[in-house]
Design a protein around this ligand. Structure first.
Ligand code: NAP
Length: 381
């Protein structure tokens, strides 16, 4: 109950406590739908009705699914990718604060943890069932708590969804993505299995992740796709090679993962930064010593534009994505309240078409090490 009492505090009060608010200037949340909606009532599992007031963040549409224009990635809220295990209680409070701030789109997957991220999201967000959108993903084999190969066989999809529903404490998953193509299963068969799950009331919308335009078209012909989730940011732009255009022509939403390029674009590193072997970035050429030596000067472009716009580098990176297409909904992953506030501030950053053209000319002139080749857009990852 204590937690829910805290929900009643006004968001403005929290903004005022933020020591970096001066820095956010015109990009602060205060510029984003300041109007506080009528108090929303969420009937949770608790005996009483839970109350909170939510900021009206702008929304965007992924196909027919309307979500806050920025979502929250929940992969890093458990150990396994970038962080040692964050404190569970803090992450639960963090997720609920995000709802309070108007975020209605949360991204997880069976394989994050494995299972831990879905469990966390389920525990934190169950009281908001029906008021928010929860996306999860399937398609990896998990054995003894370890991610093995891919497995998108229809019988497996129908089995693993039961575990995801249980962990997420949901009757239906709002958006269920194929995490990666299983080369042994035609996408039409995957679509057929998801169609059965939709008919059974266990899934509402479906999506795919990191697939080629051809696979996306085949999938959409079989069962209309709501969203494609693939990596996209100022540094990694391979989806501009016919993938975004395919989404646009088919009315499919696009959810860029890695919007800050794993914190690089947020200005978190310098050329001497090195990663623990447990950190996924330690395995990527982009973040190697050689990669940093070549790639760090790219940040001069980001810093220049962020300064010019009076915003932070992370805000500029997210705002740039939002400005690319109206059907794009970035899902920055953060375990920090301060970063969440900062990232939502991107919604107030406006980039004109001439600014966007200038930015594009500058980033395209730069040769980054460790990004994907153009041709990789045509291959299921
Ligand atoms: N479909 C897929 O295959 C796929 C793959 C990877 C990820 N995803 C999804 O996409 C989400 C986001 O991707 P991602 O986590 O790889 O990349 P990301 O959001 O670009 O980067 C996350 C990293 O950036 C840091 N960060 C976030 N906001 C920041 C800010 N304002 N200032 C400084 N640092 C900041 C985070 O640290 P703090 O926690 O300290 O803020 C974290 O280390 C994931 O959570 C997951 O849900 C999907």
């Amino acid at each position: 109950m204590e937690h829910w009492d805290r929900f009643k505090k006004s968001t403005m009060e929290q903004q005022n406590k933020n020591p970096r608010r001066e820095f956010f200037k015109n990009a602060a949340l205060t510029g984003v739908g300041l109007a506080v909606s009528p108090t929303l009532s969420f009937a949770g599992s608790q005996e009483e009705t839970l109350q909170t007031s939510a900021l009206n963040l702008p929304t965007r549409k992924l196909g027919s699914l309307e979500v806050s224009a920025i979502g929250l990635g929940c992969m890093n809220m458990v150990a396994g990718t970038y962080n040692p295990n964050p404190d569970k209680k803090e992450m639960i409070a963090h997720l609920r604060k995000a709802v309070e701030r108007g975020v209605t789109f949360f991204d997880t997957a069976e394989v994050y943890g494995p299972y831990g991220s879905e469990e966390l999201v389920g525990e934190a967000l169950q009281p908001f069932e029906g008021k928010i959108t929860i996306a999860s993903k399937f398609g990896f084999e998990i054995q003894n708590g370890k991610r093995m190969g891919r497995n998108a066989r229809p019988e497996s999809i129908k089995k693993v969804i039961e575990g995801s529903l249980q962990r997420l404490r949901l009757e239906a998953i709002d958006l269920y993505y194929l995490h990666r193509m299983d080369p042994t299963v035609p996408v039409e068969e995957v679509a057929g299995a998801v169609k059965d799950l939709i008919q059974a009331g266990k899934v509402r919308h479906w999506g795919l992740s990191e697939v080629s335009p051809e696979t996306l078209k085949k999938a959409h012909a079989e069962l209309p796709v709501t969203a494609l989730q693939s990596e996209y940011n100022l540094a990694e732009r391979v989806v501009e090679n016919q993938i975004l255009a395919t989404c646009e022509s088919l009315g499919i939403g696009f959810v860029p993962w890695g919007p800050t390029h794993r914190a690089f674009l947020a200005g978190r590193f310098n050329e001497y930064s090195r990663f623990d072997s447990q950190d996924r970035r330690s395995q990527l050429a982009f973040f190697s010593a050689e990669g940093f030596a070549q790639n760090m000067p790219f940040m001069a472009i980001i810093r220049k534009w962020a300064n010019q716009k009076g915003v932070t580098q992370a805000q500029f990176a997210i705002a740039w994505l939002l400005a690319q297409k109206p059907f794009i909904v970035p899902i920055p992953g953060t375990t920090s309240q301060q970063h969440l506030t900062e990232n939502l501030g991107a919604l107030s950053v406006k980039l004109t078409s001439s600014e966007l053209a200038e930015i594009r000319a500058e980033i395209e002139a730069f040769n980054l090490l460790g990004v994907r080749t153009k041709d990789s857009a045509f291959v299921d990852q």
